[in-house]
Design a protein around this ligand. Structure first.
Ligand SMILES: *Cc1c(COP(=O)(O)O)cnc(C)c1O
Length: 383
């Protein structure tokens, strides 16, 4: 038989059969009519997903590429940008900014805590000169398993009437957690293909509003591949300035159709439910949640490693014996926490399998839990 593996890392996620099939087809001319139709469909439907009328660019790249594109297109050397410093992805924005000679200003918060509206208000109120050019926030900080209150942060940013751009990294939240770019007043959203869109890695996207576009005019950093001007011009004819990953874009169309068939509100509700079921089942097994506040991510659960259990051994048993792949801790949380991704193509029944496999692997490691505990928790919560 074909062994099924549960890939429960926080992206890439399990790619549905329908999307695999949509990509398994001959290529088309990327400057021909069929591709133009395809790209137009994808751009228009991605905009609907983000609830925006803004222009939206698709790049062949990982999510980090989209972050880099915002840095080189909006800013100049010496510009100050505020970024979150409570996890790997918040810090990455600062690292990329630094690489281009910007002046990154970290918002210091403990890893596992979300940046709150008050934190942002203090920073913006202290900058009447408008020295800060952008505020960069990951919606979900995937390395710690928190979700930041984007709507409230965007509101504070708007109410402070600060000239900076409010930029959201929605790679691990888009198409899983509600995000309304225009209504919430977010200037720029970036995302990627390998999480909520259920695609392989390789596509990123950026949606920018008029305020961001005006900021673009002031940037003097060198750029070619990431140049939004070239992208904008090519998109007028529904093409890209370079060869696009045609197969991935066929997959993207299928993904957008699947999300629309289910209804995006139902997709959001499903993720919320998966997160809550996972959290309570893990707690019933005696595992300690890393994020106890309400700022927990709806797409990933992070857990303290139990005493006497080492991550290399646990992940090895999960993978080899139970065909379950989980995420370890990153950065300063390496060896301290582990992470279960519940993103994308997943339902409640899958949780019996995923958490049951984790439970079995823990028991193999001598962890004291009564067999069947996770299933019992899931059954109780079932309605
Ligand atoms: C996964 C992820 C990224 C993407 O990183 P790449 O490896 O470059 O695709 C960026 N930001 C967040 C918040 C993520 O979860």
């Amino acid at each position: 038989m074909e062994q099924k593996e549960y890939l429960q890392i926080p992206g890439p996620t399990n790619v549905p059969e329908r999307i695999l099939k949509a990509m398994h087809r001959p290529l088309v001319n990327h400057r021909g009519p069929e591709f133009r139709e395809l790209l137009k469909f994808c751009v228009e439907h991605l905009k609907q997903l983000l609830c925006t009328e803004n222009e939206l660019f698709i790049f062949p790249s990982s999510g980090s590429g989209a972050i880099e594109s915002t840095i080189v297109n909006f800013f100049s050397a010496g510009d100050a940008i505020v970024h979150c410093a409570n996890g790997v992805f918040g810090e990455r924005a600062g690292t990329i900014a630094k690489a281009y000679g910007l002046n990154p200003l970290p918002i210091s918060k403990k890893w596992g805590e979300a940046v709150q509206p008050e934190d942002l208000k203090v920073i913006l109120d202290n900058d009447p000169e408008g020295y800060i050019k952008a505020v960069y926030v990951p919606h979900c900080e995937t390395s710690t398993g928190i979700q930041q209150p984007i709507e409230a942060l965007a509101r504070v940013h708007r109410e402070c009437k600060h000239p900076s751009l409010f930029i959201v990294d929605a790679v691990s939240s888009m198409a899983m957690i509600p995000l309304e770019q225009d209504k919430w007043g977010i200037d720029v959203v970036i995302s990627g293909s390998q999480k909520g869109l259920m695609l392989p890695p390789g596509l990123s996207l950026v949606s920018i509003n008029a305020k961001a576009r005006a900021q673009e005019e002031k940037s003097n950093l060198p750029k070619w591949y990431w140049n939004y001007g070239a992208m904008r011009k090519a998109l007028e004819e529904w093409s890209l300035p370079f060869t696009p990953p045609t197969s991935l874009i066929f997959g993207l169309r299928e993904s957008l159709i699947m999300l629309e068939e289910e209804g995006i509100e139902n997709v959001y509700a499903r993720h919320e439910k998966l997160a809550n079921l996972t959290r309570s089942a893990c707690e019933s097994m005696g595992l300690e949640l890393f994020v106890k506040s309400d700022d927990y991510s709806r797409t990933i659960t992070s857990l303290h490693l139990p005493e006497n259990i080492q991550w290399p051994e646990l992940s090895e048993i999960c993978r080899k014996k139970y065909h379950l792949v989980l995420g370890g801790g990153l950065g300063q949380l390496k060896g301290k926490i582990f992470r279960i991704g519940h993103m994308g193509n997943l339902d409640e029944q899958d949780l019996y399998s995923i958490l049951g496999r984790l439970e079995a692997a823990l028991i193999d490691q001598g962890y004291p839990v009564k067999p069947g505990t996770s299933a019992a928790s899931l059954i109780q919560k079932y309605d």
